[in-house]
Design a protein around this ligand. Structure first.
Ligand code: GLN
Length: 590
């Protein structure tokens, strides 16, 4: 097993995640099998209890792991399946060491950060790197490890120490360190400045880690003399200084790496250059074709994204990516109209009429309405109004998790005239509970107590839209993250009134997919289809077309595509550009 460690210096948000996944893409294109590990030096055991509005979305894996959104990036870029153990946190490491101490495993020794925590980190990395990455059940050839945070952070110290030791443990030729840094330009002088990189490399060396490769982020391509200076002061050969300048979309990053022969530099350090070990030059034709198609897209598709919008688009990252994958596949340019659901509510009309008007204008101008997952009752009424609007006006609607529950509540209230109908999440004493707490859930513990991960949905009819979209399959495995479900006791009433529950779990009691047969496209899923969407394999429910290769048109729900920045800063546009303010934003890909 060979390891590539990616660290970051100077400032946070340089896009280590995208850089690390892009390195993976290029190595994979060389014929190597690649896996990845993300280290998050925070104390939370996992990302499940962290606010998506502070930290970006919680990504969910097949095994039910609630992990950092970078793991989503790895799964999408490398088209692999990761496990919860691929996301290491300080919390997990300490928990494991403390469990061992309680069991008496340390035989009376004093338990310390060095060597116990540092050994635990190294053992964990080696164990997880050997996990099979695909159906072959074979371990990967290369494991890309991304260390979250910036060199110098107090909380990442044990990891730095462990990784320094690890480079000795695995030995020369098996460990390559890529340091991602920033080369800023000061407006006054207009010169590319190397000093921040010099300092951060010095910091890295001071902690016992020697960079093999520098990945320098900059606005414009690096000037040659700047590279020479970096090489001189950072003791890294010029061919190992890779420049990741701003590009139109992050799918360009693997191509930038390839064009600068980053793979050759990495393979040399990893002693993988001889022909018997590495099959070929990177083959990226499909990737390149998609990048240029994406750059050429003109015809827009507008999707109204109705959520608890707070300005951090990373909160819905995978949904945006899934929309993007579908729109690129359909040759459309994705435009997302962010509609804060509260703004659709009557109270906003009185308090801030401009916001109310803008929200309704966006909703009415959309080609499709999407209500994503969510928790808590803020803005629920606005989401219900969005679902009602889509249902009554035959506008394509995709409701994900909470978005499906919202559609059910709206149907109960408007069509079945059950005016008090609600979810017990929002009104625990409602007389008409059409969405209820699942019996197996916990009300006292928040971490990892939801219905999580991959579960099977069985289609109840062959002629429904979703079964067709999934290629007439009998069942589909998708990822879940919820505590509430449609009240199974009310299902017969709903069906009588015209709402179809076309997908259910193996017991037939838990509702997984709803459809309105009389509507153009009104679909809700209790699962999150966005987590399994890939650039080359868009999720069927987002695509809305049965088989685009054979041009069997079922219905093109989202007439087009979006472009999203990857995790905030690294859209390789401006360093701190976030996806849209309130209003519409054309999204850059990934
Ligand atoms: N809050 C809802 C539940 O727990 C929906 C969750 C979600 O959208 N992920 O069931």
């Amino acid at each position: 097993m060979k390891y590539v460690l990616v660290t970051g210096g100077v400032v946070s948000g340089l896009g280590k995640g995208v850089t690390a996944s892009s390195i993976g893409v290029v190595l994979k294109a060389c014929g190597l099998r690649v896996t990845s590990i993300k280290i998050d030096p925070y104390l939370n055991t996992d990302a499940g209890t962290m606010s998506p509005f502070e930290h970006g979305e919680v990504f969910v894996l097949d095994d039910g792991g609630e992990v950092d959104l970078d793991l989503g990036n790895y799964e999408r870029f490398l088209d692999i399946k990761l496990t919860r153990d691929n996301n290491i946190t300080t919390g997990k490491i300490y928990q494991s060491v403390i469990d061992k101490e309680r069991r008496g495993d340390y035989l009376g020794k004093t338990v310390q950060v060095v060597p116990h925590i540092t050994d635990e980190i190294q053992d964990w990395i080696q164990r997880v790197a050997m996990n099979p990455v695909d159906d072959t059940e074979e371990p990967a050839d290369v494991c890309v490890i991304e260390l979250g945070g910036t060199i110098g952070d107090i909380e990442s110290m044990p990891f730095i120490e462990a990784l320094g030791q690890f480079s000795y443990r695995v030995g020369p030729g098996n460990f390559c360190l890529v340091h991602v840094s920033l080369v800023p330009v000061l407006n006054v002088v207009g010169e590319q400045k190397t000093k921040p990189t010099q300092h951060s490399v010095r910091g890295l060396r001071g902690l016992g880690l020697m960079p093999d490769i520098l990945a320098c982020r900059s606005t414009q391509p690096l000037e040659e003399h700047v590279k020479v200076k970096l090489a001189q002061f950072c003791h890294v050969p010029i061919p190992n200084i890779i420049n990741l300048h701003d590009v139109t979309n992050i799918w360009h990053i693997p191509l930038l790496l390839r064009d600068q022969k980053a793979h050759e530099a990495i393979l040399k350090v990893l002693d993988l250059q001889c022909a018997s070990k590495v099959a070929r030059e990177p083959q990226l034709s499909e990737w390149t074709e998609r990048v240029s198609r994406c750059d050429r897209l003109k015809s827009p598709v507008r999707i109204a994204m109705v959520g608890k919008y707070t300005g951090l688009s990373d909160s819905y990252l995978s949904v945006i990516k899934a929309l993007l994958h579908a729109s690129v596949a359909l040759d459309r340019k994705l435009v997302v109209d962010w509609v804060p659901s509260c703004d659709l509510e009557d109270s906003t009309a009185k308090e801030t009429p401009d916001a109310y008007e803008k929200a309704w204008e966006s909703l009415k101008g959309a080609d499709g309405v999407l209500v994503p997952g969510g928790f808590g009752d803020r803005g629920v009424q606005g989401k219900i109004l969005a679902a009602k609007y889509a249902r009554e006006n035959n506008v394509p609607y995709l409701g994900i998790c909470l978005g499906m529950q919202i559609a059910v509540i709206e149907f109960a209230r408007s069509v079945m005239k059950l005016h008090g109908a609600n979810s017990t999440e929002f009104d625990p004493t409602t007389k008409t509970p059409c969405v209820v707490f699942m019996p197996e859930g916990s009300k006292t513990h928040m971490g990892a107590t939801m219905r999580l991960g991959s579960r099977r949905t069985f289609f109840q009819a062959t002629n429904c839209k979703s079964a067709k979209l999934y290629g007439n399959a009998c069942y589909v495995d998708e990822r879940h993250r919820h505590r509430y479900e449609v009240n199974p006791d009310m299902v017969p009433e709903f069906e009588k009134a015209g709402l179809s529950f076309v997908g259910r779990d193996e017991s037939g009691e838990r509702m997984e997919i709803i459809e309105l047969p009389t509507h153009r496209f009104f679909v809700g899923a209790q699962f999150h289809p966005e987590f399994k969407s890939r650039p080359g394999k868009p999720s069927p429910l987002f695509l809305g077309k049965q088989d685009i290769l054979k041009h069997v048109l079922v219905f093109c729900m989202f007439k087009s595509v979006f472009f999203a920045s990857e995790r905030s800063p690294l859209n390789f546009g401006t360093i701190h550009e976030h996806l849209g303010r309130i209003g519409s934003s054309v999204i850059r890909p990934a």
